[in-house]
Design a protein around this ligand. Sequence first.
Ligand code: URA
Length: 207
Amino acid sequence: QLPAEPMLDTTETLEGLAAQIRTCTACPLHCSATQAVVGEGPADARIMVVGEQPGDQEDLAGRPFVGPAGQLLHKALGEAGVDRGALYLTNAVKHFRFRLQGRRRIHQSPDVGHVAACRPWLEQEIALVRPKLIVSLGATALRALDGPGMAMADVRGTSWTVGTGENAVRRLALAHPSWLLRLGEGAQGNAERRNFSKGLTRLREFL
Ligand code: URA
């Protein structure tokens, strides 16, 4: 049984928000993870990229997207002509979820309770950064942003607008780079990596 929400004080800066996230105990993942991994990037970034959760290397480094999936993302961003430094990078869930296999920590996807417990942090990041484009990577980020009924197969590679007027935000749903790594070098992997790179070129109009 998970508590409904983390303790959420009024936070007016990303630094203040980060300090709260680092002490979050709203779900059990804080017990086993090394640390919470908070978002990173300019406070006024026009583009926010939302992943699933920190991986093994992110958990140790305390920074998002520094492991193998992050390296794929950064390479693809470079190829798409998008400067990583212009983006605010974060995750739907801020603590690493894993199971132990001997000494190895094997990634486990967060469940709906973990995503729900972390959602107020993501909402707060969006409210502070006010991006014009939010890119979700994979199903967990998609569902955290748009609801549990969303399916990657229906929206992968597509974009749509949420809200109206000044509050309008463009959404773009892309594959998760870990999934692309798992697909390997075969025909499907090559095709999906091409789709991913093509999707990333759409970030350029928001820079
Ligand atoms: N995968 C994610 O979704 N986020 C990270 O920060 C690293 C790997």
